[in-house]
Write a protein that binds this ligand. Structure first.
Ligand code: WT7
Length: 654
């Protein structure tokens, strides 16, 4: 874990209290904290009752089989009904749900009535293809309205979606489709990115060709208009299948614990984990946090979260939270800098965006391009700015507030994970006096602590490991098909805790003098690159799967823009590598990793070395490699088996 964020925080001691006007009109009022403290369960039950239940629940939490939680278990609801029909029936059908903007500049506006109709048709179509409760459907789509429509149609049927980020490779698709035993894959011919169409269906074809799979059909949305291969009988065009399909579909009620989705995320081993989320508790927490953390006034606000729907942020804060709250959103297909570096700011001005939610890496990229770009657009509609995905350095925080937020807009730094489903630690914009670089306080109804390795609370002005001390409604319900890994990964580190099992988040944290929480980054072999989670071991496995590689070690080196960057050290197989230079090998291996996992995992640098530094017990000394990758002087190397190894690596670094 790095302490650089603490050091820089020392130079930024300003505090930012909400303005009296903002505080007075805010959705979240201080009584929320009192209510949650007085009775946590009653507090969450009240939040859950803000949803529409077909059958009201009488039990709030069943923790008798900890760490397998059941929330609101005897209630029934339909998640899609809560996100759609409910708003139409309340007379808000004409409200815009999405202002969608394609990268080439094409647009589509969908009101709640239109989105509801589209989802009903898609649900009928999917039911016609044999999809029903509990079936798994994989989605591999760009950020187009059909991605949201598909997710909601699957939810409406009580089926389970598994969205695969469009940047993942054929091999990643294979692994995910196989692990979840998906019956159907929904993809597109291609999508727009950086001014070009990138093909998607080809990756699905290649992934399925290699998979031992139960996939019956591949449903293809036409978006890129690019050529695609076609497997007759298996492949179907989305628009053709929708022809003549009725838009009459009654939402069936499912149990609160009916699975809603699986989302794969990297862990410390080579194999991604299928994080499982269910319905009632998940929707309760994402709706509550979305409304209160972003101060959502659905009648007048235009909210924009820049996340791709392929990540948890897209699931919780583009699809389920905002739609449950009847929000009007911007949805944008492309990259921030296409066709010009001010595209995001242009969209904020065009739609009058009031809440903007993005990642620190994006903010730092914009800082580098200079303040003139955002300052040439009218950003005065903004009233809340959010950050997520990695610790935000105080410099970026202050720049975000001053340049994007006009020096007045509150910033919410939101800490959470794929596993937590919803926001866990964050300021509330009308209440909290914010501190640059700190996520600060658990939201009402959430309890966290910072412990040392022995499970003892660290006290103020000390660092340790972040734990969540009480179950929460949107917590993961397990890892798909692997209950033991669920228990081992998250619940075994502090298993002997007197108050019951504690959830170990994998993050280091610092408690400041006020008892506020500052996140310090991962303490395990998980890297955070541009707010995306990558496993060192997964990339190492990808590297050693190449015939020229004998051994590989991967570290996350700090990077000014992306937070961390993937740096690999490889030993080549003498014979197989005889014909290539180190530079050629490095080019080849970077491409190989992109092919195996996806472009996001492609190492920034690969160093070809003769040996890797190991401890006497044979463990690779990653800390030392990290020092080298970050250009630091190497400290104590007495534990190395061979001091010369370090020399050879440094020579390779030039
Ligand atoms: C990991 C979870 C939550 C959606 C995006 C990432 C890091 C996330 C923050 C934050 C410091 C953060 C943590 C966490 N992280 N938000 N505000 N401050 N660190 O989801 O891929 O599941 O990654 O992202 O290290 O464990 P994810």
């Amino acid at each position: 874990m790095s302490t650089s964020s603490i050091d820089s925080l020392l130079h930024e001691n300003r505090r930012f209290a909400p303005s009296p006007e903002f505080a007075a009109a805010a959705v979240a009022q201080p009584a929320l904290y009192d209510d949650a403290r007085a009775d946590r369960h009653a507090f969450w039950a009240d939040r859950a009752r803000e949803l529409h239940w077909h059958t009201p629940f009488t039990q709030t939490l069943d923790w008798s089989n900890a760490p397998f939680a059941r929330w609101f278990a005897d209630g029934t609801l339909n998640v899609a009904y809560n996100c759609l029909d409910r708003h139409v029936l309340a007379g808000n059908g004409d409200r815009v749900a999405f202002h969608w903007e394609g990268e080439p500049g094409d647009t589509r506006t969908l009101t709640y009535a239109e989105l509801t109709r589209e989802v009903k048709r898609a649900a009928n179509m999917l039911a016609g293809l044999g999809i029903g409760q509990g079936d798994r459907v994989a989605i591999y789509l760009p950020v187009i309205p059909e991605a949201v429509i598909a997710m909601l149609a699957i939810a409406r049927l009580g089926a389970i979606h598994s969205v695969i980020f469009g940047g993942f490779s054929a091999e990643s698709i294979r692994a995910r489709v196989e692990d979840a035993d998906a019956k159907l894959v929904i993809t597109a011919d291609g999508g727009w990115r950086k001014g070009r169409v990138f093909p998607l269906k080809g990756a699905v074809d290649a992934g399925l060709a290699a998979a031992e799979s139960s996939v019956e059909h591949v449903l293809v949305v036409r978006r890129g208009e690019n050529e695609v291969e076609w497997t007759a009988g298996r492949d179907l065009w989305w628009h053709e299948q929708l022809e003549g399909v009725s838009d009459d579909h009654e939402a069936e009620a499912f149990e609160a614990e009916n699975p809603l989705f699986i989302l794969y995320t990297s862990g410390t081993t080579g194999k991604p984990k299928g994080i499982l989320h269910t319905s009632g508790g998940y929707l309760t927490q994402v709706a509550f946090t979305h409304k209160n953390v972003f101060d959502l006034k659905p009648e007048t606000d235009v909210y924009w979260c820049t996340a791709d729907v392929g990540w948890i942020t897209g699931h919780s804060y583009v699809v389920y939270g905002p739609l449950a709250n009847g929000a009007t959103q911007v949805l944008y297909e492309g990259t921030p800098d296409t066709p010009h570096p001010g595209r995001w700011w242009e969209l904020i001005a065009k739609y009058g965006v009031t809440q903007f939610y993005t990642a620190p890496t994006a903010i730092r990229s914009c800082m580098k391009l200079g303040r003139e770009i955002p300052q040439s657009f009218d950003l005065s509609s903004l009233r809340v700015l959010g950050s997520v995905g990695e610790p935000i350095n105080p410099e970026a925080w202050v720049w975000y507030r001053d340049i994007i937020g006009g020096g007045t807009t509150p910033i919410v730094d939101t800490w959470w994970q794929t596993e937590t489903g919803g926001i866990m630690i964050s300021a509330l914009p009308g209440i909290t006096t914010t501190k640059p670089g700190s996520a600060q306080v658990p939201i009402p109804g959430i309890s966290v602590d910072v412990l040392d390795d022995d499970g003892v609370h660290v006290g103020k002005e000390a660092s340790g490991l972040l734990v969540i001390t009480e179950p929460w409604p949107s917590m993961l319900r397990g890892i798909w098909g692997d209950p033991d890994r669920f228990v081992d990964t998250y619940w075994s580190k502090f298993a002997g805790a007197p108050k019951g099992p504690l959830y170990f988040a994998g993050d280091g944290a610092h408690l400041d003098g006020d008892g506020d929480v500052q996140l310090l980054g991962r303490v395990d072999d998980v890297m955070n690159v541009s707010g995306h989670r990558l496993s060192t071991m997964e990339i190492e496995s990808a590297l050693v799967s190449h015939p020229i590689v004998a051994e590989a070690a991967v570290v996350g080196a700090s990077d000014d823009t992306t937070g961390q960057a993937v740096v690999a050290f490889v030993i080549l197989r003498a014979k197989k590598a005889a014909t290539v230079t180190a530079t050629e090998a490095s080019v080849m291996l970077r491409a190989h990793v992109a092919e195996q996992i996806g472009a996001i995992a492609r190492p920034r640098e690969i160093f070809v070395v003769a040996e890797l530094p190991k401890t006497r017990s044979g463990k690779i000394m990653r800390r030392l490699l990290q020092d080298i990758a970050e250009g630091r002087e190497i400290g104590d190397t007495t534990t190395l088996t061979d001091v010369n190894v370090v020399q050879s690596i440094r020579t390779d670094l030039g």
